[in-house]
Design a binder for this molecule. Structure first.
Ligand code: UD1
Length: 421
């Protein structure tokens, strides 16, 4: 198995380009299933999760053509609507094929995703919403079997809890339903807006895009056509992670191809910690703090502070002057990085869903283990700042979501190598 070896304590410098957002690309790829022909996607990040979903589509009968910065998905010959355990167990986001498969074919089977390292992560809200739209759903043998032979119908969906994936599944299913669907308490993440814009580019009428109340006027069973190329928005979490790399190593670095609005909460919190920024169109330069100030964070749905940036900020907060408090409100078990950061010399105490990050003078290199995607990036950040060598094992978590991580870090002058056990 591969591991990353990082020689820390070095200043970073230079400039890198941010890739397309994994979490925007996944629903976009799933939504191509609503189309009977070809869809062309640009700026897909080259990460394992994207390859996994493309493989799932190929197993359903899609033809995937890969060119330079262009992927063409041809869904004219879908021969199966069964998303098998072997793929879904690798990546929970495979559940995103449920809405489009049911919407277009009126029947599908998707393996139950199960829990994961950061918590239980149920999909009850996805299923309840699809049932409200007329689907008959049965769970048997580890699979969700959903049927709507006459097609889905519009409905008023009130989500008890804001769910990104649930909102995306309903948006895709509703776009082929008969009549109008209204989603109340919808997620408002930029990835949701990208998906809505994609559906609208195929002629689906929507109201309230970007708000927590979205109306979708379904096509009445007619498959969609995506005639325009779809370019994936920049990855706000990747951008935020590299800004944290600048902050924790006291380095000036520049990120190109970012959407500033999408990373505003990250910029604000790093500002509180003493960092400064220069913003030009779609590029941002971070100027490090003289010394990092403590910060308090509570994770929330967009436009609040992203749970996907919680671990990275915890790494930065370890080296602040005072004690930081970090509260996780979205996932019950998203603190697996705490004990690993403590192995690197951090002084973090957990009480329920709040982490108290007490200041330490320095971090020191050690052997650590990646546990989930964002937890792993927190370890990379801590390793960049730590004195000595850190070896991070189980980096397949990082490969799921960070495009060319070592390449980009090396371009920023970091000493990072991937090695085999
Ligand atoms: C997406 C992101 C993930 C991010 C998360 C929250 C993708 C591929 N993943 O995950 O990176 O951390 O949003 O911003 O885009 N819930 C239920 N029942 C449901 C669905 C969700 O109780 O049916 C709960 C979850 O357990 C969690 C909360 O709702 O506590 C939010 O989850 P959700 O927004 O659905 O996250 P994902 O779409 O899985």
């Amino acid at each position: 198995m591969d591991y990353l070896e990082i020689e820390g304590g070095k200043r970073l410098q230079g400039s890198i380009k941010i890739s397309g957002a994994k979490n925007a690309a996944l629903p976009v790829i799933a939504a191509t299933l609503l189309c009977k022909g070809k869809t062309r996607l640009k700026n897909l990040p080259d990460v394992v999760d994207i390859r996994t979903l493309l493989k799932l589509l190929e197993m359903l009968g899609a033809k995937v053509g890969r060119g330079e910065d262009l992927v063409e998905i041809d869904n004219s010959d879908i021969v199966s609507t069964r998303a098998v355990y072997e793929i879904v167990s690798k990546m929970r986001a495979s559940i995103l094929v449920l809405g489009p498969l049911l919407g277009r074919f009126g029947v599908c089977e998707v393996s139950l995703p199960g829990g994961c390292a950061i918590g239980q992560r149920p999909i009850d809200l996805h299923l309840k919403a699809l049932e409200a739209m007329g689907a008959h759903i049965e769970i048997k043998g580890g699979y969700i079997r959903a049927e709507a032979p006459e097609g889905l119908h519009g409905s008023r969906i009130i989500f008890d809890k804001i769910t990104v994936g649930g909102t995306e599944n309903v948006l895709m299913a509703a776009s082929m339903a008969h009549g109008t669907t209204e989603i109340i308490n919808a997620a408002r993440e930029p990835e949701i807006i990208q998906l809505c814009e994609m559906l609208m580019s195929a002629g689906i009428e929507m109201e309230g895009v970007g708000s927590s109340r979205i109306k979708i006027h379904g096509s009445g069973g007619r498959a969609l056509e995506f005639t325009k190329d779809i370019s994936i928005i920049p990855d706000r979490i990747e951008a935020g992670t590299y800004l944290c790399a600048g902050a924790i190593t006291y380095s000036q670095i520049t990120l190109e191809r970012v959407n500033i609005e999408h990373i505003q909460t990250t910029i604000d919190k790093l500002g509180v910690m003493g960092c400064d920024f220069e913003i030009k169109d779609d590029s941002i330069t971070i100027f490090p703090a003289d010394s990092l100030t403590e910060v308090n964070i509570v994770t929330a749905e967009y436009p609040g502070f992203p749970t996907d940036m919680q671990a990275q900020f915890m790494a930065v907060a370890t080296l602040a002057q005072g004690e930081s408090l970090i509260e996780e409100r979205l996932f019950e078990n998203r603190f697996m990085h705490v004990s690993e950061l403590n192995r690197l010399g951090a002084d973090i105490w957990l009480k329920g869903n709040v982490a108290a990050v007490k200041p330490v003078e320095k971090l020191y290199g050690a052997d650590v283990m990646a546990t989930d995607l964002r937890a792993s990036s927190a370890l990379v950040l801590a390793a960049l700042a730590a004195e000595g060598t850190t070896r991070i094992r189980r980096i397949y978590h990082l490969d799921r979501g960070y495009d060319d991580l070592e390449g980009k870090l090396r371009r920023l002058n970091a000493r990072v190598v991937r090695k085999k056990e």
